[in-house]
Design a protein around this ligand. Structure first.
Ligand code: SF4
Ligand code: SF4
Length: 294
């Protein structure tokens, strides 16, 4: 076992995904579009989140959290309140959320600015560029750091160009490659996307991962509404439960057990990619440390 990897660490990356499954948008490329949760389901989701937040407050580890909901979470009051509370905890170095940015940015007014961040995504069929940019500017005005991203479908190229032209240069615009079709982009398209997002190549191809050292299952792990822990969102085996005594024993240096890792929230933990050198403390919200628009 690699001695460096087995060194004890009290700095964790937690991806939280509760039972919430609804979204107010209806993106054609998404399986969660147009699903609705009942009041009782939302109340259960809120109870799970509250339990998780209470648990974080009791821990001595330094914890970074990214909410990765199945649907859209941030327009629900219980997520806004959880962000606020977590952001002020002394052991929380980051609380971030993936969001379509349909909520009012001033709902995060009372969050601690040093620890709060957002991973925002523009969805072309569900909003407009002026409306989305206005939200991004409002976030910046109140001091909430955020990245902006788009799914790189070819029909979104005009919007991607327009977003890059209109967003302030200090906002990083990432592009998630469309990987459901092989060789989807030609050379010119790859070059253009790379010009807009210099880290596009990391996302453009799945990363071979079988047998390679990955922080997931050691310093990074996922937690669901019941507290069940998994290494990552892509390996379904439950390794423990955060509400059970001794759950920490499940955390140890590991290698990946599947052939490929395709998603930023996973491959950033592959040791050999050294993604910390690009994203540093902002790995969870996907903002390069030294972002300068090319
Ligand atoms: S905003 Fe996100 S979760 Fe909602 S429909 Fe679009 S892709 Fe799916
Ligand atoms: S490489 Fe990806 S799939 Fe494998 S353990 Fe790490 S995050 Fe999970």
């Amino acid at each position: 076992m690699n001695a460096a990897l087995s060194a004890p660490s009290n700095r964790w990356f937690i991806l939280y995904r509760g039972p919430l499954s609804s979204c107010n948008y209806a993106c054609g490329y998404c399986p969660f579009a147009k699903t609705k949760n009942t009041r009782a389901e939302l109340d259960y989701d809120a109870a799970c989140l509250s339990r998780f937040t209470d648990w974080v407050a009791t821990r001595s580890e330094q914890i970074g959290i990214l909410f990765t909901p199945w649907g859209e979470a941030m327009h629900h009051l219980h997520y806004q309140e959880a962000m606020r509370r977590l952001s002020h905890l002394p052991n929380v170095w980051r609380v971030a959320a993936q969001t379509n940015l349909s909520f009012a940015p001033d709902k995060l007014q009372d969050c601690h600015r040093d620890s709060t961040a957002l991973w925002t995504t523009y969805h072309p069929t569900e909003t407009t560029i002026p409306r989305f940019i206005a939200k991004s500017l409002s976030l910046s005005e109140i001091g909430i750091r955020h990245s902006v991203g788009v799914v790189g479908r070819k029909e979104a190229f005009e919007d991607i160009r327009s977003l890059r032209a209109k967003l302030p240069p200090e906002i990083y615009l990432w592009i998630n490659a469309w990987k459901r079709e092989v060789d989807y982009y030609n050379h010119e398209e790859m070059a253009e996307l790379r010009d807009i997002d210099p880290y596009f190549d990391f996302n453009a191809h799945p990363h071979p991962s079988l047998g390679l050292a990955c922080r997931s299952g050691h310093l990074a792990f996922t937690v669901d509404g019941q507290g069940d822990m998994r290494r990552c969102h892509f390996i379904k085996d439950i390794i423990s439960n955060i509400y059970e005594p001794g759950f920490e024993n499940a955390l140890r240096p590991r290698t990946c057990s599947i052939s490929q890792c395709r998603c930023h929230i996973g491959y950033v933990h592959l040791n050999h990619l050294k993604m910390d050198t690009i994203f540093g403390e902002s790995l969870l919200e996907r903002i390069p440390t030294k972002w300068e628009m090319p």
